[in-house]
Design a protein around this ligand. Sequence first.
Ligand SMILES: Cc1cc2nc3c(=O)[nH]c(=O)nc-3n(C[C@H](O)[C@H](O)[C@H](O)COP(=O)(O)OP(=O)(O)OC[C@H]3O[C@@H](n4cnc5c(N)ncnc54)[C@H](O)[C@@H]3O)c2cc1C
Length: 318
Amino acid sequence: MATLVFLEDHEGELVKGSLGVLTKAAQLGGDVAADVAGSGVRELAAQAGRFGAARVYAADDPALAAPLPQPRVDVLAGLVRDKGFDTVLFGASVLSADVAAGLAARLGAGLNWDLVDLELRDGALVGKRPALQDSVVAEVTWKGEPRIALVRSGTFEPAETGGDAEVEDVPVALEDFSTKAVMVERAHAESEGPSIEDADVIVAGGRGLGEPDKFALLEELAGALGGAVAATRAVVDAGWYPYSAQVGQTGKTVAPKLYVACGISGAIQHKVGMQGAGTIVAINKDPNAPIFEYADVGVVGNLHEIVPKLTALVKERG
Ligand SMILES: Cc1cc2nc3c(=O)[nH]c(=O)nc-3n(C[C@H](O)[C@H](O)[C@H](O)COP(=O)(O)OP(=O)(O)OC[C@H]3O[C@@H](n4cnc5c(N)ncnc54)[C@H](O)[C@@H]3O)c2cc1C
């Protein structure tokens, strides 16, 4: 297998999700290479060696400064054609999903998306893809090459193996149509602490908070635990918290070590985004709330009383 992993970068760092996919690719074996594409990214390229890439192709060009998909499709399509990769892997993100889809269209290749595992069976790559609201897992393969896969975010943890990568510069030649889209503005939400994708601890709130201002209770607990705040779709739709914090089927998939769900009923569409958490603690005043069916620790009670006490206890322990 000759695998190319697309590494995404953000604010001068390689994105954790794509490094996790690189780690998995290295575990599967064969020739494993990575690609970084952006402006000023050459410095980052060598870091990929620590996560299992033997070679990293660096497409470093001001034309790739904006996180737009088509120029990256040009780079990857060129690499697949010139170097003969039979497999291209992506960790899911807004950008990667667009690049993977664009690459599949450009090469006439098959793309399996939302995978939660990859394995080699008798030499053939097999992907696992949850279906029917994650109640079953379907096994998927590819009919031809290159095989393109988009892995669900938070699926694989990056692991350093300590290797060295050879960095090869890639000349950037863009198709005319790939430069038609330009980025007009890039807005950036101000936030403190880790993002919900990276946090080891997530404190999540739902409609049980009663009103938007009560998210302050969760922010304080998350701050004390060094974690991030997430939300259900019900409260995001109501405008209580930003969409970027939504966990679930139509939001993000997260896999923190600890997930504290406050005033969340535990609908299946929420569950699919957080069931990979190490320990799930639920605080809900309704003892029959569905979330208690899959929480590791359940607290039946009023979150407005419990959460401030919990925060005080965490602060006390320092
Ligand atoms: C196609 C589709 C996609 C969806 N995608 C998502 C998604 O990505 N993410 C998502 O979250 N949802 C999603 N939903 C919505 C989902 O079905 C639920 O409606 C939603 O998750 C419910 O949010 P909630 O738990 O905040 O609210 P509710 O279901 O209203 O639950 C509120 C809970 O708070 C408890 N409560 C009330 N007061 C207190 C208190 N004082 N102390 C403690 N507990 C209290 C109640 O007992 C209740 O269990 C989707 C739905 C559809 C149809």
